[in-house]
Write a protein that binds this ligand. Structure first.
Ligand code: SF4
Length: 334
């Protein structure tokens, strides 16, 4: 049975999973512990060329259109980021955006020089992350410097994600870093209003913020919507084509994308994806009955927590589903 994958509308390229921080909410389990391999230039160019015929262009500065570069922290390899922007510009992507955690923003002159160079190469705008998980690693004064310089270079094409935290940290007079428990002691009000996805590292590191449910609560749910979502797809530095927020689950290699869209994906070759498109209960039953998975006694914060916990278990048992990629993702999951 073949399943057609919708043509992507907007995409992010994960230049590397390596990051200066190890945020408790990170979907991609980025951290300094990753091996540090960056996307090969050849793969980067191939990826941009393949996506070029598909990605929707727009004059809006939005992650729902065009292309963006992310990680990990893309500014840790500025040379590669610059090349990526230059190539994207040649292919007429718009908008071309980048995300950053601002760790590199120590000196105003250097920050301005880097942003100007990116703008000259074709970058349209920038997203600067602000949240209490990042605040454990990045001094807030660096975030403020990044926002000030970015506003100078890109004027209103600067996205602060999430703004609620930016104003909250200013009100709290923070300039350095702050541990999460200290932030929570001081109120942590931003968390009541902010978007916090119960996926990735949050499933384990932030489970105390969520209500937990037994696995049965999620039975009957499938992941068609997420896996076939054409918006904000990601291609990682290994070439994995990732949809939704389903980090560690590859629909295939980017070089296969045109055929996945035109001819469809052979579900016999991707049994795990086939199962997830039907009912997460099937994944649970296979894991328990065939491989001896033991459900978590404390329960799960979401369908994705159950899914990730089972996937991590399967990889630890060397069960070889090709969809479970990159394998290093699972080595990061505690
Ligand atoms: S349950 Fe798994 S496949 Fe489904 S949306 Fe969550 S991470 Fe993706």
């Amino acid at each position: 049975m073949k399943l057609k994958i919708p043509q992507p509308i907007s995409a992010g390229i994960i230049l590397s999973y390596t990051c200066s921080s190890q945020c408790k909410h990170c979907i991609y389990y980025s951290s300094p512990k990753w091996k540090g391999n960056w996307m090969e230039e050849e793969l980067l160019i191939e990826t941009l060329e393949i996506l070029s015929d598909m990605i929707k262009r727009s004059s809006f500065i939005s992650f729902n259109y065009g292309i963006h570069f992310s990680g990990g922290e893309p500014f840790l390899n500025f040379e590669l980021l610059l090349k990526a922007v230059e190539k994207a510009k040649k292919l007429n992507y718009t908008p071309i955006l980048v995300e950053t955690n601002a760790i590199w923003c120590t000196k105003e002159k250097t920050v301005l020089e880097k942003l100007e160079a990116l703008k000259k190469a074709g970058l349209d705008g920038i997203l600067i992350s602000v949240n209490p998980f990042l605040l454990e690693y990045v001094p807030f004064k660096r975030t403020e410097l990044a926002i000030r310089c970015a506003s100078q270079v890109f004027s209103n094409k600067v996205l602060i994600y999430q703004e609620i935290f930016y104003y909250e940290f200013k009100k709290l007079n923070i300039s350095g870093t702050l541990f999460l428990h200290e932030y929570l002691k001081r109120g942590g009000y931003g968390l009541y209003y902010a978007e916090l996805l119960p996926v990735g590292r949050a499933c384990y590191e932030l489970s105390f913020l969520f209500k937990k449910y037994p696995s049965e609560v999620f039975f009957g749910k499938n992941c068609k919507t997420e896996l076939l979502n054409p918006y904000h797809v990601h291609i990682d530095n290994y070439g994995n084509y990732i949809t939704g927020f389903c980090a560690g689950l590859s629909l295939g290699h980017i070089s296969e994308l045109k055929s996945l869209v035109k001819e469809g994906m052979d579900l016999k070759k991707k049994p795990l994806l086939h199962i997830l498109m039907q009912d997460i209960k099937l994944l649970y039953q296979i894991a328990v009955n065939e491989y001896g998975y033991q459900p978590l006694s404390q329960g799960y914060i979401s369908k994705c927590h159950l899914c990730l916990d089972i996937r991590k278990f399967l990889v630890s048992k060397n069960v070889n589903f090709q969809e479970l990629s990159p394998k290093e993702y699972y080595q990061q999951v505690i």
